[in-house]
Design a protein around this ligand. Structure first.
Ligand code: AMP
Ligand code: GLY
Length: 424
């Protein structure tokens, strides 16, 4: 069987790596892909702004399953285009992907169906937003409604910060049209966890819970990033809490989407805030998380192709999805300066040595090949991932691999998984 994966980051490298393990697979294409995937898949350049052309390619190459990584392509409607042509694709339609594409939509959905989340107000103009901030005071969270590459959220600890965020988003349109409408949200305290689930629109299969590390520096200091590392399973998500998340969040959300005529198929990502026994939804994403995917998929014991086909074909209830009981840790190696500006094109050494360590895989996120040399080509460059019998063992192996890799100004957090290990 031939497979097409859309995307080119660490998440997609992990998807390609896992899909390639299936005995069903003859060939994987990835668009645009990256050099880390080269021995697993053929990288192709398709115009992702022309979804009919992508579907033409899938038809011509007899692609049996297409898997979409990035939210923008889902929100743009790739699944609708493929469905219309009878092509099998894993992911939600544009209408269903709005659960990530519009924070206003997802908050209203949660309010309507009683799914636990922070109090909020949707603001269409600056005056309303500012008046609400003055009324509620700080801390308060300001969120651009639309897609902003993970940067459209300001957790404001003071009113002045919140007012400035509103000016940036609604006045200066810092995130373009995505910020023309904002959602103001009650500040939630607690520990975050990411619970991803496979779904065909009816059946829901939660994955192993993971925890991301959004801040750039050790001890969760510095600005937010796309994610500096992750680990799974996250002990904060006990079996009991996970069951609670399934009953109070995942099941009602999938049922709500169906009731709204937006049946949701693919991977649903619930970002959760946990405080004691209390869970609240921080956000939904319409796709796999990055870097969560790099730690969740290595723990999947089942055939990912089989699971994804079952989701796309509405028969997930037929498949038994199994997980290994080991743990995984991913340490992101980033460019110096990230999440601000950074240099690119810096040669990376030690990749082969790191990859040759047992239970270790270096997922590429922002890399490029120049001649025979792999060089940096993004903020997050590599996701150095290892599995082990427990988090401690996986962490030690991941950092042993990190130490073998080098590029100028490389920086990474030294404390990935600290919450899981703090009492040990
Ligand atoms: P989001 O894109 O909605 O996931 O927000 C990005 C990050 O901002 C989250 O992962 C949280 O760390 C933080 N955040 C978002 N909403 C809230 C909230 N209501 N209270 C506290 N922190 C939040
Ligand atoms: N790791 C956060 C995200 O994928 O949105």
């Amino acid at each position: 069987m031939r497979i097409l994966v859309i995307g080119g980051g660490g998440r997609e490298h992990a998807l390609v790596w896992k899909l390639a393990q299936s005995p069903k697979v003859d060939k994987i294409y990835v668009c645009p892909g990256n050099p880390g995937m080269k021995n697993l898949a053929e990288c192709v350049a398709l115009p992702l702004t022309d979804l009919e052309a992508v579907a033409d390619f899938a038809e011509k190459e007899s692609i049996a399953l297409t898997v979409v990584g990035p939210e923008a392509t889902l929100v743009a409607g790739i699944v609708d285009v493929f469905n219309k042509r009878g092509l099998t694709i894993f992911g939600p339609t544009a209408a269903a992907a709005e659960i990530e594409g519009s924070k206003a939509f997802s908050k209203q959905l949660m309010a309507k169906y009683g799914i636990p989340t922070a109090f909020f107000k949707i603001c269409e103009d600056i005056e309303t937003a500012k008046a609400y901030i003055m009324e509620k005071g700080a801390p308060i969270v300001v969120k651009a409604d639309g897609l902003a590459a993970g940067k459209g959220v300001v957790v404001a600890m003071t009113e002045a910060e919140a007012l400035a965020a509103v000016d940036d988003m609604m006045g200066d349109l810092k995130f373009g049209g995505a910020g023309a409408r904002v959602v103001l949200e009650e500040y939630m305290e607690g520990e975050e966890a990411s619970l991803l689930a496979f779904t065909d629109g009816e059946t829901i299969v939660p994955m192993v819970a993971a925890q991301d590390h959004k801040r750039v520096y050790d001890a969760d200091e510095g600005p937010n990033t796309g994610g500096m590392g992750a680990y799974a399973p996250a002990p904060v998500m006990t079996d009991r809490l996970k069951e609670k998340c399934v009953e109070l969040v995942l099941k009602p959300t999938i049922a709500a989407m169906k009731a709204e005529g937006r049946k949701y198929q693919g991977c649903l990502y619930a970002g959760l805030m946990i405080k004691g026994e209390d869970i609240k939804v921080v956000e939904f994403n319409a796709r796999f998380g990055d870097p969560e995917t790099q730690v969740v998929l290595p723990l999947l014991a089942s055939d990912l192709v089989e699971v994804m086909l079952a989701c796309a074909q509405g028969r997930l209830h037929e498949v038994k999805v199994e997980w290994s009981d080991s743990a995984a840790v991913c340490v992101v190696m980033a460019s110096g300066g990230y999440p601000g500006s950074y240099e690119q094109g810096l040669p990376i050494t030690g990749l082969a040595e790191a990859n040759s360590l047992s239970d270790t895989i270096v997922f590429h996120a922002g890399t490029k090949e120049i001649g025979d040399t792999i060089v940096t080509a993004g903020g997050r460059v590599l996701g150095v991932t290892a599995t082990g019998s427990d988090i401690r063992a996986a962490k030690d192996k991941a950092y042993a691999a990190v130490k073998l890799i080098d590029f100028k100004d490389a920086h990474y957090r030294h404390d990935i998984a600290w919450r899981a290990l703090k009492d040990k």
